[in-house]
Design a binder for this molecule. Sequence first.
Ligand SMILES: *Cc1c(COP(=O)(O)O)cnc(C)c1O
Length: 346
Amino acid sequence: MGTATLSIDLGALIANWRALDTRSTTETAAVVKADAYGLGADRVGRALARAGARTFFVAAAEEGAALRRAMGPGPVINVFSGHMRGDTDMIGDMALTPMTNSFDQLVRHIEALPGHPFGIQLDTGMNRLGMEASEWAAVRDIALQQNPTVIMSHLACADEPDHTMNAQQLTTFHEMTEGINAPRSLANTGGILMGADYHFDLTRPGIGLYGGLPFADGTPVASLSVPVIQCRDLDEGETVGYGNAFTATRPTRIATIAAGYADGVIRAMGHDAQLYADDIACPIAGRISMDMIGVDITDLDDPNPKALDLLGPRQGIDTLAEAAGTIGYEILTSLGARYNRRYVGG
Ligand SMILES: *Cc1c(COP(=O)(O)O)cnc(C)c1O
């Protein structure tokens, strides 16, 4: 097989949702935007629905429509980008719930789809999406008369529990929603871990479902095994790959594996990342190419390994993220379309 195999452990996914649900004092939704952080929103959505999740969040109406086709009627599908121009038919036909984030979106929604469910997104300081206090004060009465299904905001610093921004946003959210009966939602994964004050009526974990930090107690969901295309022996002084970036300092055996930066193996991680043959680390030798990577397998007993692991028990998404100077979210969402996807468990 010429392409790498991305295994997605639906059992681990469900275990993570249940663990976060146990920590949430209220209903726990699931954020499955960006194709469930690269792992496949159709399979992930159906597995979580079987486990008991009733509410899902996506970024765009198009994602919501695809999810509705995969999951059928029943689950609530909320759309973070709200009701954008051109989305009306999709929102109506596919029974999506837009999280309206401005006066204009709210009016567009109520006029175009009277009586159709919607939520409200408030900005409590992140300055990304949602109505600010003054705008909210002006539309609040009109909005509440239409019974929004949820009033939500998003935390900017929830992965740093000690950051003063968290308490500040919590206070602002309380101020903006005081005396309101509609269900409220503030917490992403990090927000759940900060405790019950942040949970309100609905929590919205994403990364924690997929085994990423800040949910340190989570179970890894993705593993990636990359086939070896060819192995060769180098004399001391020979070089590997573009720019001669690796020079053998001893007789060296190199495996060329079938994945590269076109598959989301971020080129910048260079030789800070390793491949694994079971428990044995094999350093990357030279630059990561578009479709291939050279790996130093000199220290392996087996001179011809069939495949090496990039993601597995020894190296998870956050370790790789550190090597690439990024976050687990980006590692997951970069995982390539070329991989052969295999769903296990669940
Ligand atoms: C992505 C996102 C989430 C989920 O965040 P995680 O940090 O992945 O748990 C929750 N709410 C909003 C508004 C988001 O954009």
